[in-house]
Write a protein that binds this ligand. Structure first.
Ligand SMILES: Cc1cc2nc3c(=O)[nH]c(=O)nc-3n(C[C@H](O)[C@H](O)[C@H](O)COP(=O)(O)OP(=O)(O)OC[C@H]3O[C@@H](n4cnc5c(N)ncnc54)[C@H](O)[C@@H]3O)c2cc1C
Length: 478
C-alpha cells in the first residue's frame, strides 16, 4: 500500500515552505500532485524566529504567526493555505529510507510514497554532545535548539529558571542568540567555548571583542579556550553543574548546547553524490543532484557559488534556503528558462538591540572601519583577497548601507590601497553602489539580480527581526 505524487518535497522547514509558494505561484501542478513530508507536526515555519521572537519573555512569537513565508515579507502559509492550494501536508511523518532508482520513500509507519520528482529539503540536525563522547545530554534541563519542539523545551526550562544560572555551551550564533534571550529572561549566563573568541568562524578578533564586551556589560561571563567534560546531576536527573576540561565547575540550573549542525544526508548516502568538502548533497546550478529526478535545496545542499568561481559550498543560512528552494522549483517547471543560480551568500543575526549582516566570503586580509561604540555602534569589516573585496560585515547599518556592502561584494570591488579603504569605510561601499547604478544605467527600483538578492535579504533580516519586535509589543498579529 502506498501513495503516489508527481512532486514530493521531503522536509517541512524553511525551504519547503518557499518551494511550495513557488509551485503555487507558477501553477505547475494539479491538486493532489504535490506533497510535503515532514517529521515535524506543524506546517513550515521561519526557523530563525525560534532563537529570537519565540524566546521573548512577554508576547512571544507563536504559530501560526511565523509560518513561512512571512520572513521574506510574503504570504503567510497556514495549513489552510496548503489545503486551498491542493498541496498535501504529510506531517509528523519521518522518512526512514529512500530509493532514488525506484523513486520511492518509506515512512516510519511502513508506507511507501512514490514520486516523479523529489526535492530534498531535509535541512540539518543539531550536533549532540554524545557525538563528542559526553553522556547525559538528554536531561530535562539541557536544551538544544533546532525545531519548535526544542524551542518549547527551552522556554519551559527558562520559565523554571528565572533568577538562576544558565551555562551556554558553544560560541556560535545559536549560543550567542540564546545567551541574549536568557539574559532577557533574567537568567545569569556563562558561555563556554573552546575558541579564542565568539563566532570564531566569521568574526575577526576585533569584532568578537566588541560583542563580548557588550555581552559582559549585560552580565554574561565568558569562559574561553576550554570544553565541557561532564555534568553533575541531582537525584531526579536534572543537571546541577557542568564540569570543564580545565577543572572549573559551573553551577547550572539549565544548559543550552549550540555546538554546530550536520546536514541530514544519510537517507541518500551511496545513492547521490555528496560534496566531500562540506558534507552536503552536491547539486548543479539548477539545484539538481547526480540523479536527474532529484533536487536538493537549503541546508542539505552543496551548490556552486558563481561569485566564488563556482566553488561548491553548503550554506546554513535562511536566505540561501529560500532562494535555492525557489530556484529548484523554477528549474523543475521551466528548465529551459532557468539559468544557473547566481547567489550572493548572506547571513545575519540580531541580539539585544544589535543587528549585523554579512555578505560573501570571509577570506583574505581584513580591514575594519567605523565606530565600535556602545551608544550607537556602526562598524564593520571588509575582507580583501587578491586586490578584490570578497566579504563585508556591517553592524548597525541602514537598509541602503547594507545594500551598498552587498553591492561591493557582489561586484568584487577593486581595492588599491588597504589603508585608504579603512579610512573610507562605508563610503567605499556607497561609492561602489553608485558606480553600479551609473554603469548599468539602472535607477533605484530597477536593480540587477544580485542586488535584488541583497535587497530581499535585507528585507528578510528586517522582517525576521520584526517577528520578535511585533510580538514583543503585540502591535500586530501575523
Ligand atoms: C534557532 C535557529 C536560528 C536561526 N537563525 C538564523 C538567522 O538568524 N539567520 C540565518 O541566516 N539563518 C538562521 N538559521 C538557519 C536557518 O533557519 C536554516 O538555514 C534554514 O532553516 C534551512 O532551511 P531548510 O529547509 O534547509 O532546513 P530546515 O528548516 O531545518 O528544515 C528541514 C526539515 O526537514 C525535516 N526532515 C529532516 N529529515 C527528515 C526525514 N527523514 N523525514 C521527514 N522530515 C525530515 C525536518 O524535520 C525539518 O522540518 C537559524 C536556525 C536555527 C535552528
Amino acid at each position: 500500500m502506498g501513495r503516489a505524487f508527481v512532486y514530493v518535497i521531503l522536509g517541512g522547514g524553511v525551504s519547503a515552505g518557499y518551494a511550495a509558494l513557488e509551485f503555487a505561484r507558477r501553477g505547475g501542478y494539479s491538486r493532489g500532485e504535490l506533497c510535503i513530508i515532514s517529521e515535524e507536526a506543524v506546517a513550515p515555519y521561519e526557523r530563525p524566529a525560534l532563537s529570537k521572537g519565540y524566546l521573548l519573555p512577554e508576547g512571544a512569537a507563536r504559530l501560526p504567526g511565523f509560518h513561512t513565508c512571512v520572513g521574506a515579507n510574503d504570504e503567510l502559509l497556514t495549513p489552510k493555505w496548503y489545503k486551498e492550494q491542493g498541496i498535501e501536508l504529510i506531517l509528523g511523518t519521518k522518512i526512514i529510507s529512500a530509493d532514488v532508482r525506484r523513486k520511492a520513500l518509506v515512512t516510519a509507519a511502513g508506507e511507501t510514497i512514490s514520486y516523479k520528482t523529489l526535492i530534498i529539503a531535509t535541512g540539518a540536525r543539531a550536533l549532540k554532545l554524545e557525538e563528542f563522547g559526553i553522556q547525559g545530554s538528554d536531561a530535562e534541563n539541557i536544551c538544544y535548539l533546532r525545531n519548535i519542539h526544542d524551542a518549547d523545551k527551552l522556554v519551559n526550562a527558562m520559565k523554571s529558571c528565572s533568577g538562576g544560572n544558565a551555562v551556554v555551551i558553544g560560541g556560535g550564533y545559536i549560543g550567542m542568540e540564546c545567551a541574549a534571550a536568557l539574559v532577557t529572561n533574567k537568567i545569569r549566563v556563562t558561555m563556554v567555548f573552546p575558541e579564542k573568541h565568539c563566532m570564531a568562524r566569521l568574526f575577526t578578533p576585533r569584532i568578537a571583542e566588541y560583542y563580548e564586551n557588550y555581552y559582559t556589560l549585560k552580565g554574561v561571563t565568558f569562559v574561553k579556550g576550554t570544553v565541557l567534560t561532564s555534568f553533575e546531576k541531582d537525584a531526579t536527573g536534572k543537571v546541577t553543574a557542568v564540569i570543564l576540561k580545565d577543572g572549573k565547575r559551573l553551577r547550572a540550573d539549565m544548559v543550552v548546547v549550540g555546538i554546530g549542525i550536520r546536514a541530514n544526508t544519510s537517507l541518500f548516502e551511496g545513492q547521490l553524490v555528496v560534496s566531500m568538502v562540506n558534507d552536503g548533497i552536491k547539486v548543479n546550478g539548477q539545484m539538481q543532484t547526480s540523479e536527474s529526478s532529484v533536487y536538493a535545496v537549503g541546508d542539505v545542499a552543496a551548490f556552486p557559488i558563481k561569485l566564488f568561481d563556482g566553488d561548491v559550498r553548503r550554506l546554513e543560512h535562511v536566505d540561501s534556503a529560500r532562494r535555492t528552494a525557489r530556484h529548484a522549483v523554477s528549474a523543475i517547471l521551466e528548465p529551459a528558462k532557468t539559468r544557473d543560480i547566481n547567489y550572493l551568500p548572506f547571513f545575519y543575526s540580531r541580539v539585544f538591540t544589535l543587528s549585523w549582516q554579512f555578505y560573501g566570503d570571509n577570506v583574505g586580509e581584513v580591514v575594519h572601519f567605523g565606530e565600535f561604540t556602545n551608544s550607537s555602534p556602526r562598524f564593520g569589516a571588509y575582507w580583501v583577497n587578491k586586490g578584490r573585496i570578497t566579504g563585508a560585515f556591517l553592524e548597525g547599518g541602514s537598509r541602503e548601507e547594507y545594500e551598498a556592502i552587498s553591492v561591493a561584494v557582489g561586484r568584487k570591488a577593486k581595492v588599491t590601497d588597504m589603508a585608504e579603504l579603512g579610512k573610507q569605510g562605508l563610503a567605499f561601499a556607497i561609492q561602489e553602489s553608485q558606480k553600479q547604478m551609473s554603469e548599468t544605467g539602472l535607477a533605484i527600483g530597477e536593480k540587477p539580480t544580485y542586488v535584488w538578492h541583497a535587497t530581499a535579504a535585507v528585507v528578510a533580516a528586517v522582517s525576521i527581526a520584526a517577528v520578535g519586535y511585533w510580538y514583543g509589543r503585540k502591535r500586530r498579529r501575523w
